[in-house]
Design a protein around this ligand. Structure first.
Ligand code: ADP
Ligand code: MG
Length: 444
């Protein structure tokens, strides 16, 4: 025992030399080396948040110090002293009873430009929109939490903010707050550093409506998940409304604790999909109206038929055309606009080569090129093969026969079948949708 204590004393002295004083106090003062056994040092710690932080920032410092102090190579294992019960609302930090009203009047972070009145509804976002309206009608009562998910630029943030704005307008005195999960994490870390965790906790557990955007970023962050779990429970039990958005379904967020997955699924989960041509046209018209610009109908049609796997892209195109028109001081005609945008289309298609698509898919699904082009029909290879056919056909616009020969299929009807199948599957297979989204992103 004595020996272990002195090893720890030497090690912490060494760590102290390497770490700023304030940080040392925050992160290391409550650690304790319990034992070193079979080359593994078991370090006890108060909570998983501190473990996360040390693992991400100081693991090598700790390991080196312990190796020096003990004279042997060492692996580190952290254990938490007080394991919290699953549904226990006890906080990670000690909670002092001191009350503090300074945060009562803090801002909601809402942006007044995101409203229901400028959100265009279509088939891909109808459910999410309807659920949002229900939440505004009766905050905390109908869908709690409301969890909205979908790809980038499809309007999640817009809806979240619109809900917040509408609730604030309708219910004077309601405290609403909007933040991203990264801000939540950042403030949590700050509060630990400053010893102001009570204040942090109170700030969010006191809200009537808590809106957290991009919640997927808490993936893998155990300490944040734990703190958020308690925040969630305390609000939920008081019937306070919680609204979350993510780029994927709760079930598809990797390294998210099961108890959070089930909480997130416990209210309403609504997805926002890729807009169809009709919705894209309506959005373009609305945006033109807002910007006070007009385009001929065939230009709008051309844009919505050829662009806009997300709404942000559509906005980008409008802004681009507007900028060119302003700099040339004239209105562009259809063919000029087609030219400008046409060049863009060719560029993206040219940049992505069929072989890149195949390589990326093989990498993503963990199979070889030989396998994807081979004869086997096991699940492991069939799905990636079909996804490859789908992307080569849909994104690269290759003829069916070319796709068939790239994947060594004898018959191009196999390709037609695969494209059709994946197209249908994407609609309700979130995991697949997500995989395809990731493949597309890495190809860009
Ligand atoms: P996400 O959070 O899903 O990535 P955003 O909410 O930031 O997407 O939306 C991207 C842009 O597209 C924003 O400027 C938003 O106002 C606009 N937008 C998205 N969907 C719609 C819609 N249905 N109607 C009007 N604007 C939309
Ligand atoms: Mg967003």
């Amino acid at each position: 025992m004595d020996n272990i204590n002195s090893v720890w004393k030497i090690a912490t002295d060494k760590i102290q030399l390497k770490v700023p004083e304030k940080s040392f106090k925050v992160w290391f003062s409550k650690l304790n080396l319990k034992e070193i056994k079979d080359g593994v040092a078991n370090i006890e710690c108060q909570n998983s948040f501190i473990v996360d932080y040390i693992q991400n920032n100081y693991l090598n410092t700790v390991r080196n110090a312990l190796q020096d102090a003990s004279g042997e190579p060492i692996d580190i294992n952290f254990s938490i002293i007080q394991k919290l019960e699953d549904d226990d609302i006890s906080p990670i930090f000690e909670y002092t009873k001191e009350t503090d009203n300074t945060d009562k009047k803090q801002t909601s972070n809402l942006n007044k430009k995101y409203l229901f009145s400028n959100f265009v509804v279509g088939s891909s976002n109808r459910l999410a929109h309807a659920a949002s309206i229900a939440v505004v009608e009766k905050p905390g009562m109908i869908y709690n939490p409301l969890f909205i998910f979908g790809g980038v630029g499809l309007g999640k943030t817009h809806l979240l903010q619109a809900i917040g704005n509408a609730i604030e307008d309708k219910n004077k005195g309601y405290s609403v707050v909007y933040l991203s999960s990264e801000t939540f994490l950042g403030e949590l870390i700050e509060s630990i550093k400053n010893g102001s965790s009570d204040k942090f906790r109170k700030k969010y557990r006191d809200k009537d409506v808590l809106i957290i955007d991009d919640i997927q970023f808490i993936s893998g962050k155990k300490g944040t998940q734990e703190e958020f779990f308690h925040t969630f429970n305390s609000l939920h039990q008081a019937n306070k409304q919680i609204i979350l958005a993510s780029d994927r379904h709760p079930r598809d967020i990797e390294n998210l604790e099961e108890r959070l997955v089930s909480r997130f699924e416990g209210g309403m989960v609504a997805d926002i999909g890729v807009p169809d041509i009709e919705l894209k046209t309506a959005i373009l018209n609305k945006k033109c109206e807002e910007k006070n610009i007009t385009f001929d109908k065939d230009i709008i049609n051309f844009i919505s038929e050829n662009f806009g796997s997300n709404v942000r892209e559509l906005e980008g195109i409008l802004t681009k055309i507007e900028a060119i028109q302003n700099s040339l001081q004239k209105k562009l005609g259809f063919s000029e606009i087609q030219d400008i945008l046409g060049i863009q289309i060719k560029k993206t298609i040219k940049r992505i080569k069929p072989q890149d698509v195949i390589n990326t898919i093989c990498e993503k699904f963990g199979i070889s090129i030989k396998e994807i082009r081979g004869e086997r029909r096991t699940n492991k290879v069939v799905m990636p093969r079909q996804v490859a056919m789908y992307l080569l056909r849909v994104d690269l616009n290759l003829p069916y026969t070319d796709v068939a020969s790239l994947l060594k299929r004898k018959d191009h009807t196999t390709v037609m079948y695969a494209v059709d199948k994946i197209e249908k599957m994407i609609n309700d297979d979130y995991a697949l949708k997500n995989q395809i989204y990731e493949i597309r992103s890495s190809l860009q």
